[in-house]
Design a protein around this ligand. Structure first.
Ligand SMILES: [Zn+2]
Ligand SMILES: [Zn+2]
Length: 119
């Protein structure tokens, strides 16, 4: 039995990439991403290519059309905030930024994202 249904919309698979991929069938190859499908339930997954020292994510997608353009950015940002334990009460140190800082950081999630952080 597959576990697609129980999985959240976005999962971090940095340490389980090979295992995760081994249960899926490759459908298409994109730019640093692969379109995979589950042979049991046909769920489509957009999976980041495994890159050393970079966190790797898989997101559920509902259609094969424009799968490569599927915007996982907001989902990953939510995950980044969660990984860090939430937001603080203070604003991002970036000048004129109105977003709250993420715990343990001086920046908001958008500016963290701009520095290339994905975890
Ligand atoms: Zn499945
Ligand atoms: Zn900011």
């Amino acid at each position: 039995m597959c576990t697609c249904k129980e999985q959240p919309a976005l999962i971090e698979i940095s340490n389980t990439h090979a295992d995760f991929m081994s249960r899926l069938t490759q459908q298409d190859v994109g730019h640093w991403a692969l379109l995979m499908s589950c042979p049991e339930c046909n769920q489509l997954w957009r999976v980041d290519e495994s890159v050393k020292y970079q966190p790797c994510y898989a997101v559920k997608i509902s259609s094969r059309e424009n799968w490569e353009e599927f915007d996982s950015e907001s989902l990953i940002k939510e995950q980044m905030i969660e990984n860090r334990g939430g937001l603080t009460q203070h604003y991002c140190m970036w000048s004129k930024c109105n977003f709250k800082k993420v715990k343990g950081s001086t920046l908001c999630v958008n500016h963290l994202w701009e520095t290339g952080s994905r975890e």
